[in-house]
Design a protein around this ligand. Structure first.
Ligand code: SF4
Length: 621
């Protein structure tokens, strides 16, 4: 590892590298932990996420760039314009590995460029390049322009789309063409800094501590994937392959989270549509699974395979949750979001919010000014996405996310807004999965399905559960102590994966590799002889720092809540009649605080801060 972090001030036009110690990297590892560290150090309680003072960090992990499956992820962290809390988003692809091969372990960006610019990183340094003609160009157009500009060698491009330039608060970032940092509005932070893209050129080589051990680890993974069936469904169909299984247990959000099942669910399952519209798949850097599926079709809508196809979550939020069951229509909506640079999850949630408000008569459909708008009508949804991506028409209102929409359309529409901290829900339903009831409420970035394992981990007897200290398997429906432990311990483990830039499909509990091999990976890449204890402490430090940042910004336990709709019974399918039990949910949340070493108000105790060496972060050194 280089130990170099690049500090860029776009207002001053400066880009300098600073060397950080082994102690720093061992304490924070990488990813969102480093990003949150800089937010705690350099922002205040009142810092506007869309101001030049916001601190945006792009950080892969210590193993990133090793040619081992699932070791390619990178995090982007900043104050979120969508939630006002910490924002943190990850994706795989090539950007993280290329950044490290450009000689940089992380990039910290402040200020705002006087004209639209991009950052070109190579040979351990960076240039800020003005490029005003990229304005309003789609993700594809910008990718092609920057690739042509740097045709002398291979580069990886991280960019916001036009939605980010317009500061839509749930704007995403595209990593080349097939990977998206979808959540918490990091695209809008790029836009607020007049930063259209960061281009990384892999001009060097990463020095790993034990290349032979890495080769062995890589081989083991390839064998398990190619011969032993690990990740088989993902390899064949990508995440769309899990639509059917989720529908059968009543966990496919439908009609704005009013049901968990629809009889037409099979049309959205990857196994059903792959032969009709599937194209070639792609993979993240060095991963043998290759779950990044693309789609290509001309009819009834044209969808190109240059951008990534819809993932499971998108098939739900832009499909079943809008009563749309034509996979081509969902693929088209997904392509529009990706080309404008919009988070498909929050975009889908806002669309279904509007559909229900119109259906219930709390919004006059005419008022929207969009023809053919409502559940089951893809054309109206396409128009909505285009207006949002361009920041025109209704898009001006929707740019502020759920809170802006409720403010505009009136408080009678609030019950249809399915969000926590202004952050839209994914497909997974708390009414069916008590783990998600807890996680969505307490996750520092708002409702997020990728911040812990789901309920299975607390029902399991394998080493995947036992290795996290879960010895008393219970029922899926349970809200008991083992469920809270399952969410808490696996949330820490997922935080560890995010800090190290590891993919949960490969390195998650029960994935391709086990916990001891994660220690091996770290040793072989960074040379650090870190134990699982030390690693999990770093993960706990990360989540506690995020909590401290949110508390400083005015968030309280009252924000660890679920929308009222979660306490209303679902209709139809295997989850018919299921709702979140409010009392039990509140008890889970209280037990979560206890397990995390937080007081009854959700504030980390002094003892916990002492334990994690975080007294400084609470202003109590
Ligand atoms: S499993 Fe899929 S998402 Fe994960 S690293 Fe491999 S290709 Fe990327």
């Amino acid at each position: 590892m280089s130990g170099l972090i690049l500090h860029v001030d776009l207002s001053k036009g400066s880009a300098v590298t600073k060397e950080y110690s082994d102690g720093f990297f061992r304490t924070f590892l990488g990813g969102g932990a480093i990003g949150t560290y800089f937010l705690l150090k350099e922002t205040g309680a009142e810092t506007d996420p869309l101001s030049p003072q916001n601190v945006l960090t792009i950080a892969p992990g210590l193993p990133t760039g090793a040619a081992v499956s699932g070791v390619s992820r990178c995090s982007v962290t900043a104050l979120s314009p969508e939630t006002g809390a910490v924002g943190d988003s990850q994706a795989g692809g090539s950007f993280g590995p290329f950044l490290r091969r450009a000689g940089i372990d992380a990039v910290v960006i402040t200020g705002s460029a006087p004209v639209l610019s991009y950052l070109f990183i190579h040979d351990g340094a960076a240039e800020i390049i003005e490029k005003p003609d990229l304005a309003d160009r789609s993700v594809l157009e910008c990718f092609d322009a920057l690739t042509a500009e740097h045709s002398e060698g291979k580069v990886s491009i991280l960019q916001c789309g036009p939605a980010g330039e317009k500061k839509v608060r749930f704007a995403s970032l595209a990593s080349d063409l097939h990977n998206v940092y979808g959540r918490t509005g990091m695209g809008a932070v790029f836009g607020s800094k007049n930063l259209r893209a960061v281009v990384a050129s892999p001009t060097g080589k990463i020095e790993f501590a034990d290349p032979e051990a890495l080769k062995e680890l890589a081989k083991k993974g390839v064998k398990r994937i190619n011969e032993d069936g690990a990740g088989e469904t993902l390899k064949k169909y990508g995440t769309p392959g899990i639509v059917g299984g989720n529908a059968m247990v009543g966990n496919l959000s439908t009609h704005n989270y009013s049901a968990g099942f629809h009889e037409k669910y099979a049309q959205l399952d990857g196994s059903h549509f792959v032969d009709r519209i599937g194209s070639k798949g792609t993979t993240c850097f060095a991963c043998a699974i290759g779950c990044r599926k693309t789609v290509k079709t001309e009819t009834p809508y044209r969808v190109s395979d240059r951008l990534g196809g819809p993932e499971f979550e998108t098939l739900g939020v832009l499909g079943s949750n809008l009563d749309i069951f034509d996979p081509v229509a969902v693929a088209r909506a997904n392509e529009l979001c990706n080309n404008y640079g919009l988070d498909t999850i929050t975009m889908g949630g806002i669309a279904s919010f509007l559909c229900e408000a119109v259906e219930k008569g709390d919004i006059d459909g005419e008022q929207l000014g969009i023809e053919n708008f409502g559940f089951g009508k893809p054309e109206g949804i396409f128009t909505l996405i285009e207006q949002t991506g361009r920041g025109q028409g209704l898009g001006e209102v929707l740019a502020k996310g759920f809170s802006g929409a409720v403010e505009h359309f009136g408080k009678a529409t609030r019950p249809y807004a399915v969000q926590v901290k202004n952050h839209g829900f994914a497909v997974h339903m708390p009414q069916v999965k008590p783990s998600m009831a807890l996680l969505y409420a307490v996750s520092p970035i708002g409702a997020d399905h990728m911040s812990s394992e789901h309920d299975w981990i607390s029902t399991d007897t394998s080493e995947a559960a036992r290795g996290l200290g879960l010895y008393n398997p219970g029922e899926v429906e349970s809200y008991g102590p083992e469920k809270v432990r399952g969410v808490t311990y696996s949330q820490l483990y997922y935080g560890l994966l995010d800090s190290l830039g590891l993919c949960m499909f490969v390195w998650g509990p029960g994935g391709v590799y086990d916990y001891t091999e994660l220690e091996d990976l770290l040793r072989a890449t960074s040379g650090y002889q870190m134990t699982f204890w030390e690693l999990m402490k770093a993960a706990e430090r990360r989540i506690t720092m995020m909590r401290l940042l949110n508390l400083r910004r005015g968030f309280t336990a009252a924000d660890d809540q679920l929308p009222a709709k979660m306490f209303t019974p679902l209709k139809g399918g295997a989850s018919d009649g299921k709702a979140v039990d409010k009392q039990k949910f509140e008890a889970m949340r209280a037990n979560y605080y206890l397990l995390m070493g937080w007081d009854e108000k959700g504030v980390p105790t002094k003892g916990k801060l002492y334990d994690l060496d975080l007294l400084w972060a609470a202003g109590d050194e």
